[in-house]
Write a protein that binds this ligand. Structure first.
Ligand code: NCD
Ligand code: ZN
Length: 349
């Protein structure tokens, strides 16, 4: 990576290790943003119905590829949605497919389309054992589901009560704690045994929970895990820019139509794919650590998943641009992160 006079930044093409693409026309609307920036992405399986088998994942993979813009070299990496009833033999089928790189653990009810998730991790112990043997990655939505636990404490609670014991029980299982949001999670990953890593989203690096209530309630800043305190945000930035290979890029870009967000009970999810790498560049620049972006965005995730690093490059230019108020999204529209405001970096096509 080179930064001539700070105005242009070339870096090895990045990958997105946590992405929601949805399906059908909605997927068709958001996929070009990701394929213009990233070489690969782990595509989340929380469709309705969820992607619980190898067969369903391979069909979803085909639908994604059929919607790619002409000439795009983007590769979707699939993951299966764990349920209480996942068959341990599914691990072998998934691995043999060559297209599936992990299993996603949603504690039942923790987030959007997590109703079919796991009610008690003990129920998937045999699946996790097979995953350890097959070296498949467990991707974890790390939040307690007990509604009496304060929403800002759910990540820490889950780590202490569920994840730390699980990581000990399955001492060889490779685990990614997805979209971490707290200083507690950063400490957990730093102190964990080998084989445990975390992804960090752009919104959790750039915003704290005040952004949920700036001048009124701001549904487009609502995602799960919810934004946390400024001290937490600072801990996430420190981890992301540290060069510690256990922290890498996962946008959790999660598109919902405007109507689903601006509602009496609005959906969780921030859409960031339109400017994902540009937003990370802002966060790294604000920390004075642009030179650490390439490791976080383009090396550490591939290394963790045992995949080759990409060999081509992208270029970002320091040139502010105004984000549209909305993008088309199937029959509706989609309000992106920073809608109507400016972003400091632009990707050079
Ligand atoms: C995600 C979604 O909309 O699918 N929402 C979110 O707030 N992040 C689900 C998830 O990753 O939790
Ligand atoms: Zn997600």
């Amino acid at each position: 990576m080179s930064t001539p006079q700070t105005s242009a930044l070339r870096l090895r093409r990045p990958d997105d290790w946590h992405l929601h693409l949805r399906d059908g026309d909605e997927m068709g609307a958001v996929l070009p943003f990701t394929s213009a920036r990233f070489a690969r992405a782990i595509v989340m399986p929380n469709l309705k119905p969820p992607v619980i088998t190898t067969e369903l994942a391979l069909a979803y993979h085909r639908r994604i590829c059929s919607r790619l813009p002409a000439g795009a070299a983007f590769q979707p990496l699939m993951t299966l949605y764990l349920t209480d009833r996942t068959d341990p033999a599914e691990v072998d089928r998934a691995r043999e497919s060559g297209r599936i790189f992990g299993f996603k653990l949603y504690p039942a009810g923790a987030t959007t389309h997590a109703e079919s998730g796991v009610t008690d991790v003990r129920r998937v112990d045999r699946v996790l054992e097979r995953m350890s043997e097959a070296r498949m990655v467990l991707q974890v939505h790390g939040e307690a589901t007990d509604p009496s636990v304060d929403i800002f404490d759910r990540e820490a609670h889950f780590i202490d009560a569920v994840l730390a014991p699980l990581a000990q029980r399955h001492s060889r299982l490779r685990i990614v704690l997805e979209h971490i949001t707290t200083a507690h999670a950063v400490r957990f990953v730093r102190g964990a045994r080998p084989g445990i890593a975390a992804t960090i989203t752009p919104q959790h690096l750039l915003l704290n929970r005040n952004a949920l209530f700036a001048g009124g309630i701001r549904p487009h800043h609502y995602c799960l895990p919810v934004l946390k305190s400024e001290a937490d945000r600072e801990a996430l930035v420190a981890a992301a820019v540290s060069g510690d290979a256990r922290f890498f890029l996962g946008t959790d870009s999660a598109p919902h139509s405007r109507g689903a967000k601006e509602a009496a009970c609005g959906c969780a999810g921030v859409f960031s794919a339109h400017a994902a790498i540009e937003l990370y560049a802002e966060a790294f620049e604000a920390a004075g650590r642009l030179e650490a972006l390439e490791g976080f965005a383009s090396k550490f995730g591939a290394d963790f998943y045992g995949l080759p690093r990409n060999t081509d490059e992208i270029t970002l230019r320091q040139e502010p641009w105004r984000v549209p108020d909305a993008y088309p999204f199937g029959p509706g529209e989609l309000v992106p992160l920073r809608a109507g405001e400016t972003i400091a970096w632009r990707i050079v096509p």
